[in-house]
Design a binder for this molecule. Structure first.
Ligand SMILES: [Zn+2]
Ligand SMILES: [Zn+2]
Length: 318
């Protein structure tokens, strides 16, 4: 009987204590200023209480103070998943999260690219990195994930899956260890027609594609690229590398138009315009000039981003 009373009393005391703790946490959560709740906050000790504060605090600084006290990895992940409205608070929690499985679990809840980059930097699990490299909406995030990948099957897959950014593709191909697999990948890239997002409107300047040709030394693949690449510039580069174009002084030029000639030996065409600048405008970022040929009247523009002027070799329809 006596013992039962003691247990009861102990139980009551515990409940009372829990209630005090709960009220304290609620007070901290509802404070509009750190100073207002600083002393109450100092008496909080449970990890779950810090997580509740981090998730629900009205004031951002209070939430960040709670994150400073959090070390429980599962709770930190919960804060990240539930705190999608403030990217600063999410980021603060992310900086303390190191558990690989939890990092993989939270990345889908993170809107900020900067924070997703942070996750990628911390991740080492190949399968998770591969998924990010394939499916993340941001090019930089995909690129960073590719740089951390060593899984050869995943890298091969990424080369074929990437449809928007040639740099992501190229970076995956460069990480392929098997020479023939890598060569196949470079040839595949060279034949595409995508451009880096910021250069999509420029006709030339398809650098990743040209770099893929630079990496190619398998002659059969070079010939394939020379015939089948979508970009003329890439085809010419591949022809040069495969030895399908004469040396500069060995061409036998036949005039085929006012500003166009064709080599009787290798079949390559050559533009021979006499461009003069007719107007120029400064858009603030870069100047754009328009040119016109004094001989045939053909006109086009050129800027720091690229040029649509006809210059050098071309491929003539047979
Ligand atoms: Zn020639
Ligand atoms: Zn001309």
């Amino acid at each position: 009987m006596v013992r039962m009373r003691a247990t009861e009393r102990l139980h009551d005391q515990k409940e009372k204590q829990t209630l005090v703790e709960k009220n304290r946490v609620d007070f901290v959560i509802n404070s509009h200023e750190w100073r207002e709740c600083e002393s109450e906050f100092a008496q909080v000790s449970e990890q779950t209480a810090f997580a509740a504060i981090a998730i629900n605090a009205k004031d951002r600084l209070v939430a960040e103070k709670a994150i400073e006290k959090l070390y429980d990895q599962t709770l930190l992940a919960e804060v990240i998943i539930k705190h999608t409205k403030s990217s600063d608070v999410q980021y603060a929690a992310l900086c303390k999260l190191n558990d690989q499985a939890l990092l993989a679990a939270v990345i889908g809840s993170i809107g900020s690219e900067h924070a997703r980059m942070e996750v990628v930097n911390k991740l080492t699990v190949q399968s998770v990195l591969a998924d990010i490299a394939k499916f993340d909406s941001n090019t930089k995030v995909r690129s960073t994930a590719v740089e951390k990948l060593t899984d050869q099957a995943a890298l091969t897959e990424i080369v074929k899956m990437e449809k928007h950014n040639g740099f992501v593709c190229l970076s995956a191909a460069e990480r392929l260890a098997d020479r023939s697999v890598a060569q196949e990948a470079f040839a595949y890239i060279a034949k595409q027609d995508f451009y880096p997002e910021n250069m999509r409107y420029v006709h030339s300047g398809s650098e990743p594609l040209l770099d893929a040709v630079k990496n190619l030394d398998d002659r059969a693949l070079l010939v394939d690229v020379a015939h089948n690449a979508k970009s003329t510039e890439v085809r010419i580069k591949a022809m040069e590398k495969a030895g399908l174009i004469c040396k500069k002084d060995e061409h036998k030029w036949i005039k085929t138009g006012t500003c166009l000639k064709k080599c009787a030996v290798c079949g390559i065409g050559l533009y021979d315009h006499d461009y003069k600048e007719v107007s120029s405008e400064d858009t603030g970022e870069v100047s754009l000039s328009t040119y016109e040929c004094t001989k045939c009247g053909q006109s086009g523009w050129a800027s720091g981003y690229g040029s649509e002027l006809q210059d050098g070799y071309c491929i003539l329809d047979v």
